[in-house]
Design a protein around this ligand. Sequence first.
Ligand code: ADP
Length: 192
Amino acid sequence: MKIILLGPPGSGKGTQAKRLEARHGLVQVSTGEILREAVASESLLGKTIKNTMAAGNLISDDLVLEVLERRLAEPDCKDGVVFDGFPRTIAQAEALNDIFSEAERAVDAVIMLEVDDVVLISRIEQRAKEAVDGKVRSDDRVEVLKNRLSAYYEWTAPIIPFYEARGLLWRVDGMREVHQVTDAIETIVSQI
Ligand code: ADP
């Protein structure tokens, strides 16, 4: 089973991806986490993308697809994957389709977590306040969030009609309690 969690920054994709991982034995593939690890390790890739990430802008499709393909080639991904933060552009969505053959569908469901902008901004402000040891993710600041939101609307939102046209899109109200969102996702998963 392969599921994509789609939604703006702060919509709860990471939290719900972890729950899907625990309940269904899927592997969470978060390009954001992989890229943050690259930055932390100060690898060549990390140095190349550090400033772009800190500014809340998207990393180029070529680089993201390279790390994604490497991750998908690892054996644990064979049992199923929940994508979190990928794809983020139409080109990435098309590339994902190309990675898998017709017989092995690239995606079984795309679950869209819908959350209003005002709610997103207050969630990020909260996340920054609650940061452990005063360690705030360098892109978790309100100014940067605005940039991440505009990148989302410009590049990622067009993916919604892309998957809708393929009959794969499911919408979930992401403004309810975390467990209610989980229940709504579970209902979807039981139908696919
Ligand atoms: P969030 O979902 O909270 O916005 P992520 O952890 O998914 O954050 O991503 C953090 C940053 O990593 C993004 O702002 C972007 O710079 C980079 N990134 C992650 N995934 C992708 C992707 N698929 N394509 C381009 N850039 C990405």
